[in-house]
Write a protein that binds this ligand. Structure first.
Ligand code: GSH
Length: 190
């Protein structure tokens, strides 16, 4: 497994006792931790790719492990519903892609993906939440047919079409540009 040697935020020399799992990395200098990230899931999962892109953008070294959202005990211990992605860190597992992204942002602050300004950060979260709730979860009802060789009832397709048409237009109103912690909101045309 690859890992980048770095000092965890807030872990100054001599503060060994503040570690969540004191001594969990044996044989390393006391003032350093090697943060190991293993990304678990499968490559056509958009949530998996969301986390993978963040890792790549931030330049965090990681390994990948294939898991088709298994419901075996080992997977459920990391992700209680057996959903992927989850990551395994040297402090333990973590599931839910947005939580993972926020963890990465805090654990690897050297290359931030979030703006600094609280309002700008909130606008970014607003965008992500909107996408997941009102675009991805709606479109997901078509995935069986779109990606996995199944079929979706015509009335479901029609209902998704109507909902997505409305929600994509609404998403347009949230068009946001982030630059150096600044958010620019553009009014959408009618
Ligand atoms: N809210 C979760 C959603 C993850 C999710 O739904 N993953 C899908 C793959 S894209 C999955 O594991 N599906 C299998 C299942 O729900 O059992 C996240 O953001 O990580």
């Amino acid at each position: 497994m690859l890992g980048r040697e770095r000092t965890l935020p807030g872990l100054a020399a001599g503060r060994e006792a503040s570690r969540p799992h004191s001594g969990y990395i044996s044989g390393l200098p006391e003032t350093k931790d090697v943060v190991m990230i293993k990304l678990v899931g499968f490559a056509v999962s958009n949530y998996y790719n969301k986390v993978k892109l963040a890792l790549l953008e931030k330049g965090v070294e990681f390994t990948e492990e294939l898991n088709w959202a298994s419901k075996d005990e080992a997977t459920l211990a990391c992700s209680p519903l057996g959903k992927v992605p989850f990551v395994v860190t040297d402090q333990g597992p973590l599931c839910e892609s947005q939580v993972i992204l926020e963890y990465l942002e805090e654990a690897f602050p050297e290359k931030p993906l979030m703006p600094r300004d609280p309002y700008a950060r909130a606008k970014l979260r607003e965008l992500v939440t909107f996408m997941e709730m009102h675009l991805e979860l709606v479109a997901r009802r078509l995935y069986a047919q779109a990606f996995f060789g199944g079929t979706v009832a015509p009335e479901v397709i029609e209902s998704v079409r109507k909902e997505l048409t409305r929600n994509i237009a609404a998403f347009g109103r949230l068009f946001v540009a982030l630059r150096d912690g600044t958010v620019v909101c553009f009014a959408s045309s009618p």
